[in-house]
Write a protein that binds this ligand. Sequence first.
Ligand SMILES: [Zn+2]
Length: 436
Amino acid sequence: MKKMLKTKSMIFAIAGSLIVGSFAGNTSLQSAEAKDPQSTSNEKVENVIFMIPDGYSSAYATNYRLYKGKESVMDPHLVGMHRTYSANSEVTDSAAAGTAMATGTKTNNGVISMDPDGNKLETILQAAEKSGKSSGLVATSTITHATPAVFASHVETRANEEDIAPQLLQNDVDVILGGGKKYFSDDLLKKALKDGYEIVSDAQSLKNIDKTDKLIGLFAEDSLSPELDREITDEPSLQEMTSAAIDVLSNDKDGFFLMVEGSQIDWAGHANDAAWAMKDAEAFEEAVKAALDFAKKDKKTLVVIAGDHDTGGMSVGGYGGSGANLEILKYVTATGDYMASLINEEQSNIQEVILHYTGISLSEAEINQIKQASNPAFQINSIISEHALVGWTHTGHTGTDIPVYAYGPQAHKFSGLIENTDFAHLMAEAMKIPFK
Ligand SMILES: [Zn+2]
């Protein structure tokens, strides 16, 4: 077995006071942090950190607050919502959503930073580079996946990840951290070394980097692990990658643009895996905290946080019941995929596996549902979600509006109901750099 199940008594000992304070019918989770006066200033912005929790809608924000037992680090910085529809659909994908957020132009689903007629669109990262700033991309997916790709490449379909990798280097992205080693050929990495990049491939070497202006960290052939399963790998956390990126980029006196994606909140949504969604939201929140800590000291850094769309049509509560039961997800220590991979051929260990990794004792009916399922991982996730009272309406994206959070000079300009195309323009305005 991969890891020991934390005992309930231990978890209650840590979280007990929070649970009493916030779940016992107390609906007003008080703001832990007052609004910072920085966020209403109109000072010029030198650095922008754009953080995208992929798939994170208001239902995720509410469920995450209940899971955590208190306000999230993002909550005090909520400034509004944004509209996510793409050029050809009420329901966007990450390519079209990211293109809108990075370029200020809506396009069709699947397209990476080209308009519906196939013209290349300038991105906010390219505009920052042109103005002498450094730039970085950080993700827990392959770094050539749709959301990071839209900031520094132009391709007709998001699946062309081999074509995206060299474009990230051609566009002079100074810090590239994530998965997707398989899309970077030996020749490409040799050239990167010659161009002055330091290249690392595990958490330890990321910690030990020398002072450098350019950094590539590719920590897996494909995507990185879900945060729930990361401890059995040598991959860095999203927070460790974010902090490393800020360390390197802040050497540039002209400032920087950095995009950080919590890529797998979306994948958890597609899988209807509520525990994976909450755990990756937590990993994303730690990265947000690192970015805010830097911004608070720096005073010239704008941090903007917004998901690109909802995934899964998540609800708070459901199944004809009332209330929510998010705290049980704290006992879940593996993804549904991982648990399903441990079920033996005779299917005789289902109860044992689920109990070990979730603390849930399954009924006979639930065991049979998993036995008969064409997709046992999905069935496991459905059962856990029902126990936690986290509802799902879909395995794809939905078109609901998405919360926007911002901190730092000019943060207030992102307030109200905005379009996803407003992000890039407002960021360019804040940095006072030419853009379109
Ligand atoms: Zn998705």
